[in-house]
Write a protein that binds this ligand. Sequence first.
Ligand code: PAF
Length: 288
Amino acid sequence: MSDLSSLPIATTADLDQLRKKIRGWQRDGQRVGFVPTMGALHEGHLSLIKLAQERGSRVVASIFVNPAQFAPHEDFDAYPRTLRDDAAKLANADCDMLYAPLASDLYPDGFATELKLGGAAQGLETDFRPHFFAGVAIVVAKLFNRVQPDLAVFGEKDYQQLLVIKQMVRDLDLPISIIPGPTLRERDGLALSSRNAYLSTKEREIAAGLHEILTGFARDLANGTDWETAQGKALAKAASAFDRVDYIEARCAATLAPLPAGPVDRPARVLAAVWLGKTRLIDNLAVG
Ligand code: PAF
């Protein structure tokens, strides 16, 4: 890890320092907003910082590439680590503090607690990355406990993650408001993601098709087509554009429960995960 004191934003890996600073702000009556990230920051993350600034007076961001949410065959080692650039972006965005804990501190020898998730964690990502939400939930629970923010912002780009975190906060009575941040997109519709950096030029061109397919799927549902027909159409398009389709589905927007057969009769969300070469893209849209 780089020398944290040389970064252009107040940065700490130390829990006592973090707590001292945050408790000081809270004692002065300031609300603290928190934006947890894995780094490789882009405009999407910075829009979450901005949202936190609009809702709270101080903002803490964290950068931690969380090993618990990657399976052994996934891209933990390859995940971009750009701490110095990220710190500069956070400083430019007037973020107040960066927390960059070490894995050995968050998961010391003997760490053995797991969270078992139901509800919004069922299906979709879990069918393909069964380890994922347990890994996300444990690290977010630990970060929440360390930072103890008044509010935290999560991007709608990871819609299922957002609902899993909301559910965890509700179920565990954590006194933290969860604020959803709208997805930021490139001009051609591709949702901003740190993993877009993996795409070749050719793959990058194809990637924008995911947004188009989801837009068509959502439009069909809004026009009253039954979800089974609309899903079949979207699936056929995705299968011809992408190397592999993990899922493309319509779910209840509030809970991610499967929809009853036929036309959609409640607020719904379409969600997809597809592959281009070694890159997995996820995206989602509201229906209507
Ligand atoms: O969305 C992410 O970047 C991660 O899943 C999170 C919430 C920071 C937990 O590691």
